[in-house]
Design a binder for this molecule. Structure first.
Ligand code: NAP
Length: 247
């Protein structure tokens, strides 16, 4: 395989399972050293770190809450002590608290905004001085197709994913002159634990809207992330790459 990330160090949030885990694995297959982060260590993240080690790259696992700035700063400090640089940041951690507006609580709103959006503020703020000194960086933020289209039952989630687009385009403008890129991936329906819990009729309704007539796999998003992390995309910033099978 032609390795696209050899020599790069990447930090990926919410990578103990789902899309983030697959991004970590695919990055490792492409030769990147990895800082894998998640809320807590689990069997799944322990297995991931073993797989990373078996692929012959360096890995560090850090458990913390991405919505807390102090915890994020401490994690970035630990990562720098271990690796001395961070070339790629993938802000992947995200949650849903789906319900109709009439039933949505203030907590549902605040939790989703804090984990999905504030976490990206936290990590970009904590890492920007490192990337500025390096004169290099690729920041990849995980949006969603519903941040563009909206979705009934997801006003908190779709607002958070729309906010990520504005945030990312602004970061791209602010840091571009120092060779720091910032792009968004907007996945459609990807098979993970996040979508596993949806009722079958909701899944069936989604399927009818997908041109390619299949749900996405975490590898579909991981391959898009490899492209954005690698030098193949080094003239792209402030963009939203939709990866949704043509929804
Ligand atoms: P997932 O399987 O639920 O994984 C999300 C990960 O984020 C979990 O490991 C979770 O940890 C972690 N996390 C949650 N809150 C956290 C916090 N406060 N601090 C640190 N880590 C935290 O979700 P996924 O489907 O892989 O989704 C990954 C990203 O893609 C999300 O941003 C999501 O919005 C986006 N996305 C997914 C889809 C889809 O169809 N699956 C579509 C569009 C966009 P725990 O295991 O401890 O909860």
């Amino acid at each position: 395989m032609n390795k696209l990330l050899t020599g790069k160090t990447a930090m990926i949030t919410g990578a103990g399972r789902g899309i983030g885990k697959q991004i970590a694995l695919t990055f490792a297959q492409h030769g990147a050293d990895l800082i894998v982060t998640d809320l807590k260590e689990t069997e799944s993240s322990i297995e991931l770190m073993k797989e990373i080690e078996n692929l012959g790259v360096k890995g560090l696992f850090l458990a913390y809450d991405v919505s807390k700035l102090d915890q994020t700063e401490a994690a970035v400090k630990q990562a720098m002590e271990a690796f001395g640089k961070i070339d790629v940041l993938v802000n992947n951690a995200g949650i849903t608290r789906d319900t109709l507006l009439m039933r949505m609580t203030e907590t549902d709103w605040d939790m989703v905004m804090n984990v999905n959006v504030k976490s990206i503020f936290n990590h970009t703020k904590a890492i920007q001085s490192i990337m500025l000194k390096q004169r290099f960086g690729s920041i990849i933020n995980m949006g969603s197709i519903v941040g563009i289209t909206g979705n009934a039952g997801q006003i908190n989630y779709s607002a958070s994913k729309a906010a990520i687009i504005g945030l990312s385009k602004s970061v791209a403008r602010e840091l571009g002159s120092r060779n720091i890129r910032c792009n968004v991936i907007a996945p459609g329906f990807i098979e993970t634990e996040m979508t596993h819990v949806l009722p079958q009729e909701v899944k069936d309704a989604y399927m009818k809207t997908i041109s390619l007539r299949r749900t996405g796999k975490p590898t579909d998003i991981a391959n898009t992330a490899v492209f954005l992390a690698s030098d193949l995309s080094d003239y792209m910033t402030g963009q939203v790459l939709v990866c949704d099978g043509g929804m």
